[in-house]
Design a protein around this ligand. Sequence first.
Ligand code: PDD
Length: 284
Amino acid sequence: MSDIVYLNGEFLPRERAKVSIDDRSFLFGDAVYEVLRAIRGRYFEPERHLARLAAGIRALELPDPAALGMDPMAAAGELLHRNALLEGEATVYIQVSRGAAPRRHAFPPPGTAPTVLVTVTPFAPRVEQRARGVAAILQPDVRWQRCDVKAVNLLPNVLANQRAAVRGAYEAILARGLTITEGTHTNVFAVVDNVIRTHPNGPWILPGITREVVLELAAGEGLAAREHPLDVEDLARATEVFLTGTTTDVMPVTAVDGTAVGAGRPGPVTSRLGELLQARLDAL
Ligand code: PDD
């Protein structure tokens, strides 16, 4: 946790940054967020993260912070500086809520100011887990049909990830019926019949930035990759399974529900894509 945060145009010590009990993010989960990686003060793929945030703001018809002169990325830069995080690694968290207003389900009156929060946190890449691989469990995907919006309404993700945690697993891989969608905070890939596969973008998954970059890296290596849904049987016979995400990088999954994936250790495709992503991060 870092000491100075940004809230609605102000830089404040974390303990002085307070949000109204009437804030719609608190009452309804009525907000979107973003998580970016900062390395030595440089951001990984900031344009793509900001485009996704803007798409979420549009999709939920949230007030745009820019209209009030607020610039979350300028705030992030200032926060990295004030919290002495310009060396090493950090994550940047941005949240935009529909603001504070008397509780009713419909939107508050036009002109209600959004609540804009930006925080930065020191980050340690999961080097050890990436080298050895992690366990995952399968859980039913009980989320809504707009998983493409990065909304703070994350109860299904929280509950599924907690089930993973109590079983000593890193992630819960979600299945909508028999279709593998994504993880609670990661996208899911598998190598099936020598082809890398992942669920196509659309309402059932978050369009992960790491996912997109990994698909580009695979194409650059001449590796066969398809954005085509995987089902639970594909996952069971996959020779490699891996997760991608801003705080996860390329993470080998070596067991699902206690059964080994392939040889039970990180496979060559996963390792290669992990190296290529790391090279991109190192080059920032
Ligand atoms: N989670 N899918 C879901 C449901 C996610 O929440 C995330 C990111 C991803 C990966 O997206 P990206 O590669 O753009 O980080 C996929 C963030 C890190 C979080 O909630 O903390």
